[in-house]
Design a protein around this ligand. Structure first.
Ligand code: TEU
Length: 548
C-alpha cells in the first residue's frame, strides 16, 4: 500500500445489527454493553472497524432505521455513556466504530415531524415533503414505497399528503431545504468530533429525489448535496464513508468514490437484485446464476481498477445469509461458506463481514408467519396475500430472501439461548446453534471463523490483494470463478468451484503456477497446472511472489 493510501483500503469491516448481537441487560434485545463484551472476539477475527447499525433513539418501527432523536441512544440499547465506553474500549483495541447515518428520512416521532404536523405554516414543516392531493383527492402521484403500497400518506389535519419511500412512520426529509441540510451536517460533525470513524449512509442515493418527476434514486441534485455534505462535515477527516446506493452502476463508481468523489465507497446491489424476479421482486427469487453475479463483480472490479473504490459483501441485515443464498447450508455448509469468503476477500476493495457470516450462520427457515418481525416482510405479506399469493408461497419467498434471516440472534454458544440472551429473544433463533456457534468455531482450527481470520490477515500482509490488478480468468463458466490478481511480479490465482459437483477446470496457458497456497478449504498440493478436479465448493488462493 503506498504511504498515502487511506487506512480503510487495507481494512475489513464488521457489521453489527445491535438488537441481535448480544444482550447483557436481559431484555431479549442486544445492547451496547453486549457489543463491548465481544470486542476481544472481533480482535481475534482481525477486523478493523465496526459498522454499527442504528442505535439512536427510535420507536423501532423499522428496528432503528426510523430515528426520533439523532443525538441520543435508544434506551433499549443503553445510554450515551455506554456508547462512549464502547467507543473507548474499541479504540483501545484499534477497532474503529462507523455509525449508520439515516438521513433520507426520520421517524414520524422525531420532534421535527411532530412540529410539522401542527399545520402548513408550522416550524419544520418544510423539513419534509408535502403535496396537495391529486384531483381525485388521492395521493399526489403514483410513487410507491419500497415497503409496498403508496409512498404518500394523508395528514388529515392539513389535508396534505407527506412522502415516505419506506414505512408511513418514516417520513422523507426534504433535502431541498437548506436549513434541514445544515442541521444534518451539524449533527454529523457532533458524532465525528466524538471520535466516530465515519458513516455508512442509509439509502444515500435517494436524498436527491424529485418526487414530482417520480424520480427517487440518483436524482438530479444528489451529487450537489453530497458535495455540500463533504464540504461541511467530511472533508479533511481521517474517516471512512460508505453510501448505500441500490441504484449505483459501475459507470457511476467514480462519481461517488473517484478523485472528485465525496465518499470512500458505495454498497452497490446489482449482484443482489439480479436474483430477484423482475415483477414480483425479492419474494419471488430466481435460481442462482453465477455468470450474472461474476459479471457484476467483474464490472465493478474493472470500474474501480484505477480510480474509485469497491465495497465487498455478500450479506447484511437486509439480505439472506450468504451461505444459504450463494452456497449450501446443508451438506457443504462449511466448504461453501469458506469458498464464498475466499472469492470475496481476495478481490480489490474493502470487505464487510456481517455478524455470524464468519460462523457460516444460515437462514432461519421459519415455519409460521408470526415468527417474522421485519416491517418490509409483513407489509409485503399483506399486499401479496391480497394478490392471491398463498401463505406457503410467501413463506418460501420470505425464508429465501427475507430480511429476518440475517436478524436471528448471533450464535455465541450451544447453550439454550445460544449465549445471546438469558431471556426470550425478540426474534426466534435460527435453531442450529447447537452446532453453529462462536465457541465451537474458535476451538476448531478448521472452522469458517479461522478461514475468515486468515483471509482478513492476508489483506494486511499482501499488497497484491490490496492493490493488484484484477483479471477474470473464467468469465463464461457457470461453475467456476477463477481470477488473477497481479502486482509487479506477484500473482495471486484464485480458483473456486461454485457448485456441489466435482468440476474439472483446465488452468489456462500462462497461469500454470507454482507457488504457496495462502488459502484453501481442501488439502491440495500448492500448484495449479493442467486440468484440475475441483471438489464440491473447493476454493484456493495460490500466491506466486518471487519476493515472498
Ligand atoms: O435499506 C434500503 C432498502 O432499500 C432496503 O430496505 C431494500 O428496500 C430492501 O431490503 C430490499 O429487500 C436501508 C436499510 O438498510 C434498511 O434496513 C431500512 O429498512 C431502509 O433503508 C430504510 O431506512
Amino acid at each position: 500500500m503506498t504511504e498515502q493510501a487511506p487506512w480503510w483500503q487495507a481494512a475489513t469491516g464488521y457489521q453489527i445489527y445491535p438488537r441481535s448481537f448480544c444482550d447483557l441487560n436481559g431484555d431479549g434485545v442486544g445492547d451496547l454493553q453486549g457489543i463491548a463484551s465481544k470486542l476481544d472476539y472481533l480482535v481475534e477475527l482481525g477486523v478493523d472497524f465496526i459498522w454499527l447499525s442504528p442505535v439512536y433513539a427510535s420507536p423501532m418501527a423499522d428496528n432503528g432505521y426510523d430515528i426520533s432523536d439523532y443525538e441520543n441512544i435508544a434506551p433499549v440499547f443503553g445510554t450515551r455513556a455506554d456508547f462512549e465506553t464502547l467507543l473507548a474500549q474499541a479504540s483501545d483495541r484499534n477497532i474503529r466504530i462507523v455509525m449508520d447515518l439515516v438521513v433520507n428520512h426520520t421517524s414520524d416521532q422525531h420532534r421535527w415531524f411532530q412540529s410539522a404536523l401542527a399545520g402548513v405554516d408550522a416550524p419544520y414543516r418544510d423539513y419534509y415533503v408535502w403535496r396537495a392531493p391529486a384531483a381525485d383527492g388521492g395521493p399526489p402521484n403514483a410513487l410507491e414505497s419500497f415497503f409496498g403500497g403508496p409512498a404518500w400518506s394523508l395528514d388529515a389535519a392539513s389535508g396534505q399528503y407527506y412522502l415516505h419511500l419506506f414505512d408511513p412512520r418514516q417520513p422523507d426529509l426534504n433535502w431541498a431545504n437548506r436549513a434541514m441540510r445544515m442541521d444534518i451536517y451539524a449533527m454529523m460533525n457532533r458524532w465525528l468530533d466524538q471520535g466516530v470513524a465515519g458513516f455508512r449512509m442509509d439509502v444515500i442515493d435517494l436524498i436527491g429525489k424529485d418526487p414530482d418527476a417520480l424520480i427517487t434514486a440518483d436524482g438530479p441534485l444528489l451529487h450537489d448535496y453530497l458535495r455540500e455534505m463533504h464540504a461541511n462535515a467530511l472533508d479533511g477527516r481521517d474517516i471512512v464513508t460508505v453510501g448505500e446506493a441500490w441504484s449505483a452502476t459501475p459507470d457511476q463508481a467514480a462519481r461517488y468514490s473517484g478523485p472528485d468523489g465525496t465518499l470512500s465507497m458505495v454498497f452497490q446491489f446489482e449482484h443482489v437484485t439480479a436474483g430477484w424476479d423482475a415483477v414480483k421482486g425479492k419474494f419471488k427469487p430466481k435460481p442462482l446464476d453465477w455468470r450474472v453475479i461474476k459479471g457484476v463483480m467483474d464490472r465493478w472490479q474493472g470500474a474501480c481498477q484505477h480510480s474509485g473504490w469497491n465495497s465487498l459483501f455478500w450479506s447484511n441485515h437486509d439480505l439472506p445469509r450468504a451461505v444459504s443464498k450463494y452456497g449450501d447450508d446443508g451438506r457443504y455448509r462449511v466448504e461453501s461458506a469458506k469458498m464464498l469468503a475466499t472469492v470475496l476477500h481476495c478481490l480489490k476493495g474493502t470487505p464487510y463481514v456481517y455478524q455470524g457470516e464468519e460462523l457460516g450462520m444460515t437462514n432461519a427457515a421459519f415455519t409460521r408467519l408470526d415468527q417474522f418481525r421485519d416491517v418490509e416482510t409483513l407489509n409485503f405479506h399483506a399486499i401479496l396475500a391480497r394478490e392471491g399469493v398463498s401463505e406457503a408461497e410467501f413463506l418460501a419467498g420470505a425464508n429465501a430472501n427475507g430480511r429476518d434471516n440475517a436478524r436471528t440472534p448471533m450464535q455465541w454458544s450451544a447453550a439454550p439461548g445460544a449465549g445471546f440472551s438469558d431471556s426470550r429473544p425478540w426474534i426466534d433463533l435460527a435453531g442450529n446453534h447447537d452446532r453453529i456457534n462462536a465457541e465451537a468455531a474458535l476451538a476448531d482450527p478448521d472452522s469458517v471463523f479461522h478461514h475468515y481470520r486468515v483471509l482478513i490477515a492476508l489483506r494486511k500482509q499482501l499488497p497484491v490483494i490490496r492493490e493488484g490488478h484484477y483479471v477474470p480468468v473464467s468469465p463464461d463458466s457457470p461453475q467456476v470463478w477463477a481470477y488473477l490478481r497481479a502486482l509487479g511480479d506477484a500473482r495471486l490465482l484464485v480458483i473456486a468451484n461454485l457448485t456441489s459437483d466435482v468440476v474439472r477446470f483446465e488452468v489456462p496457458e500462462g497461469l500454470d503456477m507454482q507457488g504457496q497456497l495462502v488459502s484453501s478449504n481442501y488439502p491440495r498440493a500448492g500448484v495449479a497446472q493442467g486440468v484440475l478436479a475441483l471438489q464440491p465448493f473447493e476454493a484456493f488462493a495460490l500466491l506466486e511472489d518471487p519476493l515472498s
